[in-house]
Design a binder for this molecule. Structure first.
Ligand code: PLP
Length: 360
């Protein structure tokens, strides 16, 4: 068996240890004689899986007691609607548009109330994070929305925006559990897990309890109300059970790595290796304003579309998968999530050096 170095933006590489453990438990989970896939979500064994997963993510992120952790479905995209349906009490929200996903969330919110675009970086193809120190926050805004790490463009907020006291809502899909966060600064933090945390099909929503109310937009389906899931501890209906089980294993793996502070250190080291190479390269260049660079998604180009395609093709042949940039941007993108080992980035940089020598 040979594993490739998988630089996919998501679904993405998971820790080998986790995959092996899950494989070993595939036919008989913990003496139950069945796979977690075959198990009732009302069983004692699954109850233990989901409660342990919740306890572990609480510990990892140091989540205060007045926040609920919800394991939901529908992808991060479903949150684009759930957030305004549940939180737009005044019918007003402010959006900072730093990429496609923030833009989609902004567009979706317009269906439910008055969504204001209070800052954007679209003027320079989303290659930077706008200054968020003094934004024109709406007086009656129910929340301020950001996409904290922009998967497609490779930018990341290094400082949270000054929301002037308004509730902050953040999509952290592509930086989930990559570094410590102060949960108390947010009203809602959520992310699809298929980048840094687990298999596609689970969305984790961490939400402050006072934001979970029955006062939602008229017509909001039961399944799209946070209260439904909070009251039932994420077991209102059949949850994405197998996905939650894998997330739980990743949480254990993260704890073993030393927690989120240790992950940040590792992620910084990996990203530095690649950015330092890009900064001195005569062929490749990073596309993002250096101060706003993501630790997770690193887009780069040669400036020549044919050469980009040649690079992606040759990289694939050499065992570096999924380096093609997002279809809307072109070029290349290396996603280097938690589970990408340092050696993977090292090998990629070596390959890029060789490609540069041959093609300059
Ligand atoms: N938000 C961000 C930051 C993403 O990167 C993605 C997907 O790549 C999404 C939202 C959409 O996620 P989903 O496909 O789970 O709806």
């Amino acid at each position: 068996m040979s594993r490739v170095y998988n630089f996919s933006a998501g679904p993405a590489v998971l820790p080998e240890e986790v995959l092996k453990e899950a494989a070993a438990e595939m036919l008989d989970y913990n003496g139950t004689g069945m796979s977690v896939m075959e198990m009732s979500h009302r069983s004692k064994a699954f109850e233990e899986i989901i409660r342990t997963a919740e306890a572990d993510i609480r510990e990892l992120m140091n989540i205060p007691d007045n926040y609920k952790v919800l394991f939901l479905q529908g992808g991060a995209s479903q949150q684009f609607a759930m957030i305004p349906m549940n939180l737009m009490k005044n019918g007003v929200a402010d959006y900072i548009v730093t990429g496609q996903w923030a833009k989609k969330a902004y567009q979706e919110a317009q269906k439910y109330g008055k969504a204001n675009k209070i800052a954007s970086s679209e003027d320079k193809t989303f290659s930077y994070i706008p200054d968020c120190s003094d934004l024109p926050i709406s007086e009656d805004a129910d929340y301020v929305y950001i996409c904290e790490n922009n998967t497609i463009y490779g930018t990341k907020y290094k400082e949270l925006p000054n929301t002037k006291g308004k509730t902050l809502v953040a999509d952290v899909s592509s930086c989930f559990l990559s570094e410590p966060v102060d949960v108390s600064k947010y009203g809602v933090i959520y992310g699809g897990v298929q980048k840094n945390v687990g298999p596609a099909g689970v969305v984790i929503v961490i939400i402050r309890e006072d934001l979970i109310t029955e006062d939602v937009l008229p017509g909001t389906p039961t399944m799209l109300q946070y209260k439904t899931h909070a009251d039932a501890n994420s077991l209102y209906n059949t949850p994405p059970a197998y996905g939650i089980y894998i997330c739980g294993k990743v949480f254990k793996w993260l704890k073993k790595q030393g927690g989120l502070a240790a992950m940040k250190e590792k992620n910084e080291k990996k990203a530095k290796l690649l950015y330092d190479f890009l900064d001195q390269s005569k062929l490749f260049k990073g596309t993002v304003e250096p101060k706003d660079r993501s630790l997770m998604n690193v887009p780069f180009v040669t400036g020549d579309k044919e050469l980009d395609a040649k690079f992606v093709k040759e990289a694939k042949e050499a065992g570096f998968e999924n380096l093609k940039g997002h279809r809307t941007v072109g070029g290349m993108r290396a996603s280097i999530y938690n589970a990408m080992p340092y050696e993977g980035v090292e090998a990629l940089v070596e390959f890029m050096k060789k490609f540069e020598e041959e093609n300059l």
